[in-house]
Design a protein around this ligand. Structure first.
Ligand code: UTP
Length: 289
């Protein structure tokens, strides 16, 4: 029997340099796609997958993220007074169970692996999910739900994977693959940002993971990898051969909202899914052909 998946770590301590100047005084994760900040999509996806405990790894300038999940008492009272039940319902939907969200601080952004290590006390001995809020996935079944199902099926580490253009392997964590049934892929190796001529495949990890707690021990060695950062990919690679490790070709479309083009495309894709906006958006898009 696999241990139930109840915990998620959401790292939000990155600097967001690709989005300057917008991110000078504001967290990248608070940038909205249509009318919802990226971080809220991530938390909602986690809740849909059965996650009950959240750990945000924060840094300087990220307090708005924590505020976002708190009760806005005055705002709610004003909306109630003014008879705005729809707006009130939007705020109430954001709230998480009291005590279910904790934050830890990553004082210096030394890399994603270091950010996850900062959540080690929260993780303890339990399997845990990781969601990177700037990867936004539009799908019928939430991406983390798909991963959680694959975790119950395989009983070990599962990461969401997708094919990327061969010339872009040096932007991603890339898999060496063993058995592949077209959906689940056995991971036989992992390498962070390999150049295209040495990349073992063009199958890349995106920002959704279900990992076993043993990865924390490998992160604790603080070995620096690609870009001089403590890389999560390198620590995950050490689990291969000791525990089941699979990639899941998830159903859905992923938008890299950490970059401008992906962010802009996500606005359009998500707006076109909204009954209140789709017609207007389709209509104004005609002006840009
Ligand atoms: P990115 O690679 O997108 O880095 O991080 P970034 O700093 O946020 O953005 P750019 O590249 O400067 O524009 C992927 C995820 O890992 C988190 C980020 O917050 C984001 O969710 N992260 C990254 C940390 O929490 N700490 C780090 O040291 C690095």
């Amino acid at each position: 029997m696999t241990k139930p998946l109840r915990k998620a770590v959401v790292p939000v301590a990155g600097l967001g340099t690709r989005f300057l100047p917008a991110t000078k005084a504001m967290a990248k994760e608070m940038l909205p796609v249509v009318d919802k900040p990226l971080i809220q999509y991530a938390i909602e996806e986690a809740r849909a997958a059965g996650i009950e405990q959240f750990c945000l790894v924060t840094g300087r300038g990220k307090t708005a993220i924590v505020e976002h999940f708190d009760i806005a008492f005055e705002l709610e009272a004003t909306l109630r007074e003014r008879g705005k039940p729809e707006a009130l319902a939007l705020l109430e939907a954001i709230q998480v169970e009291p005590g279910s969200m904790v934050t830890v601080r990553q004082q210096v952004p030394l890399g994603l692996g270091h950010a996850i290590w900062c959540a080690r006390v929260f993780v303890g001995d339990d399997p845990f999910a990781i969601l990177l809020p700037d990867d936004l996935i539009l799908s019928d079944t939430p991406c983390l739900t798909q991963l959680a199902d694959a975790y119950r099926e395989t009983g070990g580490n599962v990461v969401a994977v997708t094919e990327v253009p061969h010339e872009h392997t040096n932007r991603y964590g890339i898999l060496s693959i063993g058995r592949d049934d077209g959906r689940l892929v056995e991971v036989t190796g992992l390498v962070e940002k390999p150049e295209p001529d040495v990349a073992p495949s063009n199958l890349s990890i995106i920002g959704r993971y279900v990992l076993m707690p043993e990865v924390i021990g490998h992160l604790a060695r603080m070995e620096r990898g690609a870009g001089g950062e403590v890389q999560l990919t390198d620590a995950m690679a050490k689990l291969i051969g000791t525990q089941p490790f699979h990639g899941l070709r998830y159903e859905g479309r992923r938008f890299d909202c950490g970059g401008k083009v992906g962010f802009l495309e996500a606005q359009i894709a998500f707006a076109l899914k909204r009954p209140d906006l789709a017609d207007a958006v389709r209509s104004f898009l005609q002006n840009y052909k």
